[in-house]
Design a protein around this ligand. Structure first.
Ligand code: SAM
Ligand code: SF4
Ligand code: SF4
Length: 372
């Protein structure tokens, strides 16, 4: 495998300063609102669609500690992104809860304010394995919400998918701990892969319906270059919806915010209208339905590279600038220039290809490196 991490573009401070106004737009007029920060490239799971065991084995070269952004560096950069318009910050990885003392970072991020004085919407995506132990301290540090990944309720299927024999019961216990700690509306992400876990769609829906937890179905994506992605293993969201509708009627709901990745559907009551007590599900259809048009997400890798798209193969190296003594104004100008130059719309372009051409080819960054 080619190590994609070493290739990066320098982050350049433009001759003309770009002062943050919160109104920054990319080349397609898209604002910057959502920052996803990967705090580690390591994980205690080996989900085959993300970190297959054959590649991420004992010889795999993870980033050395000195390469990682420190919490102070992450907070400083986040402040710059926030000044440019970011309102939502998601911590991810790898498995973010493996990063030591993560609560300290959360405290620092929770103290940041947007230009109009609002706190950030601060959230985290986790495999749930360490949540039972950590939910209360994460909440106390200032985390608002969590998203937990869980690909099935059948213990055999789940142990196989995480490929480290981790039991479902422990993730469910983690979800319960997050709820008890008051970690907002909990979302559960289920990646659906044909031939592996599509028979878990209905059991998962039955389990979470009416629980206050929002289950979201994610199409298996061609991220990275190691998971051997094939189009015929993707279960389109339309098919998942059809499976659900046979047993539980659903009605479409309005998007909660522009640029929202998930399409929302609510469980209907006997009158055919959405019954809020039964809750809702979400569909993240990055393969069959491009949603690049209003994509306002930016990603910061564990070692400080900015990626403008989940499918990007090159990042912009902010760490070099940061460690080279750049001022906050320089950093803001560099970030401004990077976003203004953004033209990415990978899903839209892929959607225009004939199905037989949609294979996982080309050089791409791994999801465990830039986070989901
Ligand atoms: N380890 C954490 C977790 O699993 O929640 C956070 C990082 S993980 C990369 C973030 C999200 O990406 C998870 O919900 C995971 O299921 C999803 N993901 C990883 N590889 C994927 C793929 N090939 N297709 C679709 N979703 C994927
Ligand atoms: Fe780890 Fe999350 Fe990737 Fe699974 S999806 S291997 S839990 S980073
Ligand atoms: Fe955004 Fe890239 Fe995904 Fe399109 S493919 S929605 S630009 S991250």
């Amino acid at each position: 495998m080619v190590d994609q991490r070493v290739r990066a573009l320098p982050a350049v401070v433009p001759a003309q300063a770009i002062a943050p106004s919160g109104l920054l737009q990319d080349r397609r007029g898209r604002p910057l609102r959502d920052l996803r920060i990967s705090v580690t490239d390591r994980c205690n799971f080996r989900c085959s669609y993300c970190m297959p065991k054959e590649i991420f084995d004992k010889d795999y070269q993870y980033l050395p500690h000195s390469a990682l952004l420190t919490f102070e560096e992450i907070t400083r950069l986040t402040q710059v992104f926030v000044a440019h318009g970011v309102r939502k910050v998601r911590l991810t990885g790898g498995e973010p809860l493996l990063r030591k003392n993560l609560e300290i970072l959360i405290e620092q991020l929770a103290a940041l304010r947007t230009a109009d004085g609002a706190p950030l919407d601060l959230t985290l995506t986790t495999n749930g394995s360490l949540l039972t132990r950590k939910a209360a301290s994460l909440k106390a540090a200032g985390l608002n919400r969590v998203t937990v990944s869980l690909d099935g309720l059948d213990d055999c299927v789940f142990r196989q998918m995480n490929d480290v024999d981790f039991p479902v019961a422990d993730v469910l216990e983690g979800i319960a701990a997050a709820r008890a700690a008051g970690l907002g509306t909990i979302k559960v992400n289920m990646v659906v892969k044909r031939g592996t876990n599509e028979h878990q769609i209905l059991p998962m829906a039955r389990h979470f319906r009416g629980s206050g937890i929002v289950l979201r179905f994610i199409e298996y994506m061609d991220v990275g270059a190691t998971n051997g992605w094939r189009m015929d293993e993707v279960v389109p969201s339309a098919e998942v919806l059809q499976i659900l509708q046979q047993e539980m009627p659903l009605v479409p709901l309005e998007a909660s915010a522009p640029g929202e990745t998930a399409e929302r559907w609510g469980y209907a009551g006997p009158d055919g209208r959405h019954d809020p007590d039964l809750g809702e599900v979400g569909f993240i259809s990055s393969v069959t339905q491009a949603f690049c048009g209003d994509c306002n997400r930016v990603r910061l890798s564990t070692e400080g590279k900015v990626y403008l798209c989940l499918f990007a193969h090159q990042g912009h190296d902010l760490r070099e600038l940061l460690r080279g003594g750049a001022s906050d104004a320089d950093l803001a100008s560099a970030v401004g220039a990077i976003w203004q130059g953004r033209d990415d719309r990978y899903s839209e372009i892929r959607a225009q290809l004939p199905p037989e051409a949609r294979t996982a080819s080309g050089r791409r960054i791994e999801m465990s490196y830039i986070g989901g």
